[in-house]
Design a protein around this ligand. Sequence first.
Ligand SMILES: NC(=O)c1ccc[n+]([C@@H]2O[C@H](COP(=O)([O-])OP(=O)(O)OC[C@H]3O[C@@H](n4cnc5c(N)ncnc54)[C@H](OP(=O)(O)O)[C@@H]3O)[C@@H](O)[C@H]2O)c1
Length: 297
Amino acid sequence: MFDHRVMVEKSGSRVTVVGTGAIGSAVVRLLLGGGYDVTVWNRTAGRAAALVAEGAVRAGSVQEAVSSSPLVLMTLTDHAAVRQCLSQVDLPGQTVVGMYTGTAGDARQAAAQVDELGGRYLDAGVQASPEALGTDAATILYSGSRSAFDQHRAVFDLVSTPRFVGETPEAAAIWDLTLFGLWYDAQLGLLRALDTVRAAGIDMAEFGDTASIQLNHVITAIPATVAELREASYPAGPATLAEHLTVVDHLIDLRSGGHLGTGGLPDVAARIKALIADGHDAEGLTATVGPPSTRQP
Ligand SMILES: NC(=O)c1ccc[n+]([C@@H]2O[C@H](COP(=O)([O-])OP(=O)(O)OC[C@H]3O[C@@H](n4cnc5c(N)ncnc54)[C@H](OP(=O)(O)O)[C@@H]3O)[C@@H](O)[C@H]2O)c1
């Protein structure tokens, strides 16, 4: 019978890493460098050979890998790979960390599967390249079992600056994907702008200086925007919804025909028109989001 107290005492000595791709290999090397004993398993066994030469111990099966440590990091491509590996194991009390980019639903399913097998689950969103892991620039977001996170904190500290973002299994996936989305919105907005000015024969470098000031307005307004949403108060600020609608319509014209399209602005225009029709024309842009929607991510 598995004794959880023994597992707690041993915690910090041996860690299992399932999946030795780019992220998994970087994690294994950091753990070996930090003095941990590391067991590895990879579907394509040959890809773990370099890590074994550096001191990791190869397990012959996923079950053998999982059984050898209190903490199992699953650094795999996606949730399908995690589900497949979990379907081959028993988990007498281990903590499993799903380290992959996935959806909220993936995280909930992985947590339920681990729970059913008798383990504790943490979902992890890697906000770093393999090269950045182990440096101050790397953050990994964790959610799920708080006690599991606290128990294995020393391991997580070695790999990145860890951030626990909530006790629901899906919190880290939502943070992770939403942060990616924020980056895409900003980066694609920049690309769309450069595409537009280039087509008009405007010097992109000269435009770029002013673009950075414009992007910075978004950054400096974050606390005020959060406060408006929290207080459900949508002051006009620099422009009313009616004034925004004029600019948005002009932008739809300017952007149409560009490589990246209109960037969702027709949906925004429709939303502003609906709010104006409802008598919100004097409010500001934050009103387009308004109170929380009831949909579950
Ligand atoms: N690389 C990055 O810069 C980065 C940054 C942030 C987040 N992430 C995320 O981190 C996760 C891992 O990324 P990575 O770059 O390490 O990927 P990777 O180098 O392609 O490694 C993927 C790993 O998953 C294994 N795998 C895939 N399908 C499997 C299955 N059905 N059963 C068992 N093992 C399976 C692969 O095994 P084989 O060797 O046998 O194929 C390999 O070990 C991804 O979700 C990625 O989106 C990556």
